[in-house]
Design a protein around this ligand. Sequence first.
Ligand code: SF4
Length: 484
Amino acid sequence: MSDRIPSTEPVKVGFVSLGCPKNLVDSEVMMGLVARAGAEITPRAEDADVIVVNTCSFIDTAQQESVNTILEMAGHKAAGRARKLVVAGCLVERFRNEIQKNIPEVDAVVGTGELESILAAAGIAPLPANGNPPFVVLPSRPEAAARAQKGRFERGEWDGAIADLPNYLYDENTPRVLATPRWSAYIKIAEGCDHPCSFCIIPQLRGKFRSRRFESVVAEAERLARSGVREIILIGQDTTCYGEDLGLKDALPLLLERLALIEELRWIRFLYAYPNKITRRLLETIARHAKICSYIDVPLQHASAAVLKRMKRGGGPEVFLRSIERMRRTIPGLTLRTSFIAGFPGETERDFDELCEFVRAAEFDWLGVFGYSDEEGASSHALGGKLPAAEVEHRRRKLMQIQKQISRRKKKALVGRQFDLLLEGSSAETELLWEGRTEMHAPEIDGKVFVIDFGDHTEVRPGEFHRCEVAEAHDYDLVVKLVN
Ligand code: SF4
């Protein structure tokens, strides 16, 4: 076998990474692997010999975006320099065979559990170190019902179903090329998920929950800090379960405490907490350490107990409000983010009113709402009581409307207050303004902070921390001036 790209020049590889930060880390690992093998990473698809599209398959719109991007990149192969098109990521786990059958321009696919196959898929020879063979043959993953035997993730009816659950997990020695600004990096501390949420196919796409070793995460964080990273964001499908599979207790608070000892780091955050896994120890750890951002992202998905039961999650408005009160009492100044699914099958008007009432009472700082999207393979697909798409969208908008008023009120209350600000450079919206983030703002997902006044500074640089004062507040965004 040899579809290796014959060349004396380094192979140029372009990556398009779609979807969430977890997928971005996978892209960074694949970039690290091809760079270590001597390939050059290029940001321009026109210059690439190999184009890799790392796809997302979260909901319909994400799948459509993934397919559109693959087709757009296929155009570069037809008309440009590219000789290989590789599709990676969640869409591959779901529609492996269909991609290969229906998009002939695609030369190879790499599932979420096969990141190390990127070299073979891209036709790049690995460095002949450690006794590696000069060329790796892509593993063949036949259609099989074997996956169903491994656990509860029945997916036999899917075209493109694969035999094995992905079980790959990178470690501190895996090379990574960061795609984030140099002062900020994600660290994936766990992969996969064991929760049974009925609307979610992530466990089938990403495999069972598995944590990285404690020392591996610490070693990676230390290396990143030495290379100039000042903000670490821990991610996983559920970071609050971190370490359970390794028999560790309170592993997330212990990890946060350990990372807080790394001198060079200024901010440490974690995303995606599971509601009933937020322990007192975790809250007290956040409250005790200035470097651990007072920020919790806990996707609640709904508030009506009846809907949560059908979602196979549990909980309800009273228990959630008590838990939020405890979080805010333990961590003064806490920023709280959540997300909901509107229009879940069987969601009555009363369920939805209950959700609206809960949003008014909980007063989240940040809120995302997804309209329910019927995913083949998710157990909610078989539920009755599906709502028309227009009604789902109506409910989604109504929730966002309620949140907009809450957000506006909460942002106005910040005017005149001072915060640490991480400067990120000129705004994508206008070069006249710079943007930054405070502890209240995780990258990409929360509102924006625009800097209108640099105070006494004649020169500032992206990646610097300054103190700022909020001068104006809008529905979601803040306008600040530097005060030192
Ligand atoms: S906890 Fe999150 S990733 Fe896991 S099954 Fe539920 S929604 Fe999916």
